[in-house]
Design a protein around this ligand. Structure first.
Ligand code: PXG
Length: 464
């Protein structure tokens, strides 16, 4: 059945290079090194085609909440595929899994978010958001409210609209920008606020005031929405200072613009609450989510819609011209329902808050004593370590940015741990089911990886 199962690692790598264009990849560099071939997974571990085992510190790509190898999800999908493998949700049609999942999401998400639009990925959810926001204001009689404010280092996906709302300069350069999107400074104290001589709390307020300034400069009558991840994930696990969200909430409460909380990473337990919005007490008008919703077993995403937005979406006369062939795909809905059932039955989110996060955070913050670590930060089970060349001068950074992060990531793989590097920050976001023993192993492997990286830098004369 598995067409490539009997091929050697080398054959797989050669065929991969010959035909497969990977996402976010420098193709010439990959062809030189060859891909890592992952063949199986169980719990919090992955195996490659050479039989090497890795502790998956990234939960796949921030999505594997309940761990690999869950028969309940595979069984639910199998049953659904035999019953109704596909049908659409266009043209006044629905099916039981889409109905059940809609009801379940309305129950789980913060109060006031009771309607859901399904899509296939986080990017599609955010494209949906852009369309909804502009449609909403047009229907509310304010079509000139078009501008969406996002943040530098925000990540909302890879479709053209999602990339525009995100704040990744390289993506803007390649894809071109959509008019009517504006970016403000992220609440990234370690990199920005410290250099400006501010305390985290001062900087949190200052970063929030950028939103106020941007709305006032552009004009409230032209601004449609502010989009933000509660914690910026792909941008480097940027955890805002405590003062940030309360000040943003005040600014939003005083102005008539929509607030979009992108919960694609923070949602479904990552912070120790069901949603990042629960963790920070946010009240989004629209809430895109994906990843942990199905633990990645099948692709599915959703946009939760508040009563305020619904009022104009549903108003008399007019169709919302938007949707995907796979909106509410029955098998994906079945996977999401089975995943949520596991999260609830095993009280996984509660366990993150009371057991796993305190244990991992204790080990994580202890790494701040390492000569390479300028800052260790973590909320729930998502964290970062900032690598710096010289702790006696925190303004110094490695040059070129990202090279040492990538080196450290490669060493981490060699040591049997998947970590992600964003610039020179090392990122961890493990499965929510990680056990206390696995947390101890993770901490041990991170320290060994830092030691190995330090030794390598020393041999290159890059650190003292
Ligand atoms: N919003 C957020 C907050 C995300 O993190 C998306 C939207 C887009 O989701 P899709 O399903 O379209 O990929 C994401 C995705 C990385 C990495 O390297 C992060 C993401 C995706 C791929 C790689 O950190 N986040």
């Amino acid at each position: 059945m598995n067409l490539a199962a009997n091929l050697s690692t080398e054959d797989l790598q050669n065929l991969d290079t010959a035909h497969h264009l990977h996402p976010f990849t420098d193709y010439a560099a990959l062809a030189k090194e060859g891909s890592r071939v992952i063949t199986k997974a169980d719990g919090c571990y992955l195996w490659d085609s050479n039989g090497n085992r890795y502790l998956d510190g990234m939960a796949g790509l921030w999505c594997m909440q309940v761990g690999y190898g869950r028969h309940e999800i595979a069984d639910a999908v199998h049953r659904q595929m035999l019953e109704l493998p596909y049908y659409n949700t266009f043209f006044k049609t629905t099916h039981p899994p889409a109905v059940a999942l809609s009801q379940k999401l309305a129950e789980l998400t913060p109060e006031g978010l009771d309607h859901v639009f399904f899509a296939g990925s986080g990017s599609e959810a955010n494209d949906t958001v852009m369309r909804m926001v502009r449609y909403y204001w047009a229907r509310a009689g304010k079509p000139e409210k078009q501008v969406i404010i996002g943040r530098k280092f925000g990540y909302h996906g890879s479709t053209v609209a999602a990339a525009a709302m995100g704040g990744m300069g390289g993506m803007h350069e390649q894809a071109g920008m959509i008019p009517g999107v504006h970016h403000i400074t992220p609440p990234y104290w370690f990199d920005i606020g410290r250099a400006q001589g501010m305390s985290p709390e001062e900087f949190g307020r200052a970063a929030a005031h950028e939103l106020e300034k941007a709305i006032d400069e552009i004009g409230e009558d032209k601004v449609a929405a502010f989009i933000a991840e509660p914690i910026q994930g792909a941008g480097g696990v940027i955890i805002p200072p405590e003062s940030y969200w309360p000040e943003v909430k005040r600014i939003l409460a005083e102005r008539d613009i929509l607030f979009i909380a992108d919960e694609v990473i923070c949602g479904f337990g990552r912070t120790g609450e069901w949603f990042g919005s629960d963790y920070y007490g946010l009240k989004p008008d629209l809430m895109p989510m994906a990843k942990g919703m199905s633990s990645g077993y099948l692709p599915i995403s959703a946009v939760m819609v508040s009563g305020k937005v619904l009022e104009h979406l549903v108003g008399e006369g007019g169709e919302f011209y938007h949707g995907y062939t796979y909106s509410g795909h029955p098998a994906s809905c079945a996977a999401a329902l089975a995943n949520i059932e596991i999260l609830q039955r095993e009280k996984i989110v509660e366990r993150v808050k009371s057991v796993a996060a305190p244990a991992l955070q204790k080990a994580w913050f202890a790494l701040e004593d390492h000569p390479l670590v300028g800052e260790a930060r973590m909320v729930g089970l998502v964290g970062a370590l900032e690598l710096v060349p010289d702790k006696s001068d925190m303004s110094k950074r490695f040059a070129p940015v990202g090279e040492i992060g990538t080196l450290c990531r490669d060493i981490s793989f060699r040591n049997g741990l998947v970590m992600r590097a964003v610039r020179d920050a090392m990122i961890i976001s493990p499965p929510l089911v990680i056990s206390e023993d696995e947390i101890a192993e993770l901490a041990r492997l991170v320290r060994k990886t830092l030691d190995d990286t330090h030794a390598e830098l020393k041999s290159r004369g890059m650190v003292a």
